[in-house]
Design a binder for this molecule. Structure first.
Ligand SMILES: Cc1ncc(COP(=O)(O)O)c(C=O)c1O
Length: 404
């Protein structure tokens, strides 16, 4: 067996099952899970119709690169969305469809990390999406955690990385907007990262899968492609971005996303993927084209999340230390005391499941930035989110110590 498999950590949801073991929640209260970030709004009809109309495509082997029509749709979408220069993001060389960003975030590290170099490091946020860590470990690298806390606006403290660490860094994951905090980087911050990537020759893997879930249609979160283009690099050197239809279009089961950016990296990644064997099924491609070509369902999706955040934050106002995120569909709330204790007690008393923040993070020399927080996903129906907020309020009002 590959010994690096033993370095993988249990997934947060495995820990959550263990945490809730032996508790019998009140039977008269329905269970409201706020723990899993699985979108639950309806999927867009146009995508489902395109999927059904293309089932005959299952009779063919798809190519790893995906059809040109899909790559064109993606390139067009990204150019508009991030105001990229006309003609940039070549669908032939700078775009690859992937079967959800999860597999691609994992696979990229396997493709780009040189394990023969001294002390290969992969930098990543902490708390994080656990795939970054597993990807680094199985690529034979060491994860280096960049702690995100309220003190630094939930953005990595670039000054805290030493020269030696920058030298050994081969790949840096960022999550923008962040999961779990929802914090959004501005272009100036991203350009600082770009300058570091060029100075120390590492690749930036920008996970932007929450970029379309935000609260102001007029000012969507910026992305790394736009930051690179406006820093004067229309070739997106050392940059690969990851986008998904899972959150944007409520299609987590479709397994569809894309990577885009530096043609040199994508060429090798394409080669890697032909061996890995992960071409996208033709009906999935057809559904994806329909979804990337339509913005109206995305707008409706955002409006629904906005209503949930409005309602829930009003109910929790003054009782819980929690703010509206810049983007995304999570609340990253401070708990009165220990996060595991809070999650267990809330489940026991109110039949609500939230994810302890420390399950999304690692302990470091400067502390564990997930501790004392919980992640609550606003994916349940509006009425359930409101019900959950009332129950959390009731729990906090009855609890011996409060957040504020
Ligand atoms: C930060 C982050 N990145 C990537 C993903 C993977 O999404 P998908 O594989 O559905 O595109 C998730 C899913 O929850 C996520 O939270």
């Amino acid at each position: 067996m590959n010994p690096d498999l033993d370095r993988l950590q249990p997934y947060p949801f495995q820990k959550l099952v263990a945490l809730k073991q032996g508790i019998t929640p009140p039977a008269h209260l329905s269970h409201i899970p706020l723990s899993i970030g699985e979108p639950a709004h309806p999927a867009p009809e146009i995508a489902l119709e395109a999927l059904q109309a293309s089932l005959a495509g299952l009779a063919r082997y798809p190519v790893t690169r995906g059809g040109l029509e899909l790559r064109r749709a993606i390139s067009h979408w990204a150019r508009q969305r991030f105001q990229l220069p006309t003609g940039s993001l070549d669908p032939e060389r700078q775009v690859l469809p992937v079967n959800g960003t999860r597999e691609a975030l994992f696979a990229l590290a396997q493709c780009v990390v040189d394990r023969t170099r001294n002390n290969p490091l992969v930098l990543m946020p902490n708390p994080f999406y656990q795939i970054y860590e597993g990807a680094a470990l199985l690529a034979g690298a060491r994860p280096l955690f960049m702690n995100l806390s309220a003190d630094n606006g939930f953005l990595p403290d670039l000054e805290a990385i030493s020269e030696d660490q920058w030298r050994d860094c081969q790949l840096l994951y960022i999550c923008n907007p962040g999961n779990p905090s929802g914090a959004v980087m501005d272009e100036a911050f991203m350009q600082q990262l770009l300058a570091l990537a060029h100075a120390h020759d590492f690749i930036i893997a920008a996970d932007e899968c929450y970029s379309e879930i935000h609260f102001t249609d007029a000012t969507p979160p910026p992305g790394m492609l736009g930051a690179a283009a406006r820093a004067g690099d229309p070739n997106f050197e050392r940059v690969v971005v990851f986008h998904s239809l899972s959150k944007r279009s409520n299609l987590p089961g479709l397994r569809s996303g894309f990577v885009a950016g530096d043609a040199r990296i994508l060429d090798r990644f394409h080669q890697y993927r032909t061996y890995h064997g992960c071409a996208m099924a033709p009906p999935t491609q057809a559904a994806s084209i329909a979804a990337w070509n339509d913005e109206s369902h995305v707008k409706d999706n955002r409006a629904l999340y906005t209503r949930k955040f409005d309602a829930v934050l009003e109910i929790l106002d003054g009782i819980m230390d929690v703010q509206r995120p810049d983007a995304g569909f999570y609340l990253w709330a401070r708990t009165p005391g220990d996060d595991e204790t809070f999650a267990r007690a809330l489940f026991a008393q109110e039949h609500i499941t939230v994810l302890p923040g420390s399950y999304l993070s690692r302990a470091t020399e400067s502390g564990n930035p997930g501790q004392g927080r919980v992640r609550m996903a606003m994916v349940a129906p509006l009425e359930d989110c409101i019900d959950a907020a009332h129950r959390i309020r009731r729990y906090l009002e009855s609890a011996p110590c409060r957040a504020q």
